[in-house]
Design a protein around this ligand. Structure first.
Ligand code: ADP
Ligand code: MG
Length: 360
């Protein structure tokens, strides 16, 4: 991995006690951590966030007033931006390497939903201090994911302030071929990738609302902190899915966006929702309400929810096999407006858990 090695360090809210050592290699535990006086803004950008671009499309990367990119002829650019705020989207003590990964991952997930191939990213960030171990780990997590998807970090902004991370990601699709939220038609099947609810269940366990065996908790926590954006799946679904969205705020709310933008209705079945064994077991017991809330409205899943016509069933199955990603048919798009979730007996749930809303 060409980027700095991920290491564990004190979170940025907890400045390193040690004195300066401005050119210490990142991650060397025997060396002190540079203080704010030692590592300035431009040193910090140069050390952690500047690398030679790999992608052919980058004409000019980090270091000037703005970056220059040359889009691939015949393609449209796909742009998205997503912000992560401490206390809102993550706890201050989260592993910095995982946080770096997630900061980029949530943006690549939006590109995946549109069917785009990721190309570049810009990173605007506020850090409370310049703890070099923390920054090296954060940059390591971010750049390792960027490398896996051939994404060039081409610019950004760096300031001191309460920890706040904002990425703008740029992708490409052949002109006219992006998958949107508005193409679902009555009779289409509704699918979701992977499994749902684990990230929300991890949060519930951290808050003391759920008890999980250690291995189940570790798996759920990984879903929460190291989401894997469905980049290959999103591109494979171009021209196959009639509509798609990434599940970031919970299935009901996000499928609700497809329903609204497409001017249709939807019906999904609890019995079909793909769940890890522990969530499936919770559904049958005392913790059913929590399990339902995690599956239907948990958020942070970063799976793709999409619709496709009946005629695409074999193609969808072939994509699932080829990519090794479970794709589960969970319901249907209906002509009548409204959104129905049926329980295991086929009866509509009376109250739907609400999707996450920052201002609700
Ligand atoms: P300006 O003041 O002209 O906006 P800056 O001094 O903020 O430029 O940034 C200098 C260069 O470093 C620019 O090319 C900018 O895009 C880049 N940059 C700043 N912060 C980051 C970061 N966190 N990651 C990547 N590039 C960054
Ligand atoms: Mg400038």
């Amino acid at each position: 991995m060409p980027g700095p090695e991920p290491t564990r360090g004190s979170p940025p809210g907890v400045p390193g006690k040690d004195a300066a050592g401005p050119r210490d290699p990142p991650g060397d535990a025997t060396k002190p951590t540079p203080t704010a006086e030692a590592l300035g803004e431009f040193d910090l950008i140069a050390r952690y966030f500047t690398r030679a671009p790999r992608g052919a499309g980058v004409v000019l990367g980090v270091g000037d007033d703005a970056a220059l990119i040359a889009p691939t002829p015949g393609c449209e650019l796909v742009l998205t931006t997503d912000m992560l705020v401490e206390g809102r989207h993550f706890h201050a003590d989260v592993d910095p390497g995982r946080l770096g990964h997630k900061t980029l991952a949530v943006n690549l997930s939006d590109l995946a939903a549109m069917g785009a191939k990721p190309r570049q990213a810009l990173l605007a960030c506020a850090f409370p201090n310049n703890d070099s171990r923390w920054l090296a780990a954060f940059a390591g997590g971010f750049l390792a994911l960027a490398d896996r998807h051939a994404v060039d970090l081409i610019g950004g902004d760096t300031t001191r302030g309460p920890l706040n991370l904002c990425v703008t990601a740029i992708g490409e699709v052949p002109a006219g071929s992006a998958t949107t939220r508005s193409g679902a038609r009555p009779g289409d099947d509704v699918y979701v990738s992977g499994t749902l609810g684990d990230a929300a269940l991890a949060l519930a366990a951290m808050d003391g609302r759920a008890r999980l065996p250690d291995d189940a908790f570790a798996a759920c926590r990984e879903r929460l902190e190291l989401p894997e954006p469905r980049v290959a799946l999103g591109q494979a679904l171009r021209g196959v899915a009639s509509a798609a969205i990434d599940v970031s705020d919970g299935l009901v709310g996000d499928l609700g966006h497809i329903v609204e933008r497409s001017g249709v209705g939807a019906r999904i079945d609890v019995a079909r929702l793909p769940a890890a064994p522990w969530l499936a077991a919770m559904l049958k017991g005392e913790a059913r309400a929590l399990a339902l809330a995690c599956l239907l409205a948990g958020g942070d899943d970063y799976e793709l929810c999409f619709t496709a016509g009946n005629a695409q069933r074999e193609t969808v199955g072939a994509i699932a096999r080829e990519l090794g990603v479970p794709l589960t048919r969970i319901g249907k798009i209906t002509a009548a407006g409204g959104f129905v979730v049926r329980d295991e007996n086929g009866s509509p749930l009376k109250a739907l858990p609400h999707a996450f809303d920052h201002f609700a």
